[in-house]
Design a protein around this ligand. Structure first.
Ligand SMILES: C[S@@+](CC[C@H](N)C(=O)[O-])C[C@H]1O[C@@H](n2cnc3c(N)ncnc32)[C@H](O)[C@@H]1O
Length: 271
């Protein structure tokens, strides 16, 4: 049973390492994950567990992996993939088209983007995609690229046939032509230096993460993304997420009935 003091300490560790704010309603969930983790490590006291979390980076990473929500699937929020397809056909921001998917979870989002870009650009050499997530276990699945029925249920069947091998009943593996275009990295959206090392992107998908952040972490993440985007590049947020109205870094643009955010360059901002 987690005392309030231990729960507060765990919440602080989660926030400092991910930006995610856990409230009292998540206490039971955290309690379950912690006791599962303690059992795996053969630890019986919470005090010793907290000590391990502080001293051993791998234990901390496993803890983060246990408390993150990795829910995702192919063609999630399809309307944004349509917007991306339209933008790459109507506006040239540079070649190859570079897209960042952060957080990418188990890979369904960056692979969906790769499928769409291959369809509209006609060649896999015309784009490159980077997937980033803090959860190493999710990334291992992304790199492996094998998916169950639930993951592919929204993917149009012609693309399932074209871009996947059937492994066995109810499991499909993404083909090399798409897999090769996506590079995966373990990283934190709040780590500015790490992000800068990835280069510049024309399009950034940052979906279904910022809703778990407080204002401080959200604005830090948005600033970091701004820094890795090319001028005039586009930021895609999840349907429940939006930029604060006061943000002068991006201008909201309505395309095909969805809102995306265009990076305002430093020169434009001066006007
Ligand atoms: C719900 S998934 C979103 C996946 C995908 N973008 C989508 O919309 O389907 C949220 C992911 O955020 C990752 N995450 C949590 N905190 C993070 C952070 N600070 N930096 C990078 N990824 C993080 C989690 O590991 C999890 O895989």
């Amino acid at each position: 049973m987690l005392t309030q003091l231990y729960y507060d300490t765990l919440k602080r560790i989660i926030y400092e390492n991910t930006g995610i704010v856990f409230d009292e309603r998540k206490k039971y969930f955290v309690e379950n994950r912690v006791s599962e983790h303690m059992e795996e490590l053969g630890i019986t006291s919470l005090k010793e567990y907290l000590f391990k979390l502080k001293m051993d980076k791998n234990v901390l990473k496993d803890f983060i992996s246990k408390i993150t929500v990795n829910e995702t699937y192919f063609y999630r929020e399809y309307y944004h993939l349509k917007v991306l397809a339209r933008l790459v056909q109507t506006e040239s921001l540079g070649y190859p088209v570079r897209v960042l998917s952060i957080p990418c979870s188990t890979g369904e989002e960056p692979y969906s983007i790769a499928i769409v870009l291959n369809e509209v650009l006609g060649s896999p050499t015309k784009f490159e995609i980077t997937g980033v997530d803090i959860d190493k276990n999710a990334l291992a699945k992304a790199k492996e690229g094998t998916y169950g029925r639930r993951s592919v249920s929204r993917l149009p069947s012609q693309y399932l046939e074209k871009y996947f091998y059937k492994v066995d009943e109810g499991r499909w593996k993404i083909k090399e032509i798409i897999k090769k275009r996506v590079r995966f990295y373990e990283g934190n959206i709040l780590n500015r230096l790490f992000l800068k090392g990835l280069g510049k992107f024309h399009y950034v998908f940052c979906k279904n993460l910022l809703i778990y952040f407080d204002d401080r972490a959200r604005s830090q993440a948005i600033n970091n993304l701004y820094d890795v985007m090319t001028d005039g590049g586009y930021l895609f947020l999840g349907h429940a997420e939006s930029l604060s109205r006061s943000s002068s870094l991006f201008e909201p643009v309505r395309i095909e009935n969805s809102i995306v955010y265009r990076k305002v360059s430093e020169d434009e901002d001066e006007w």
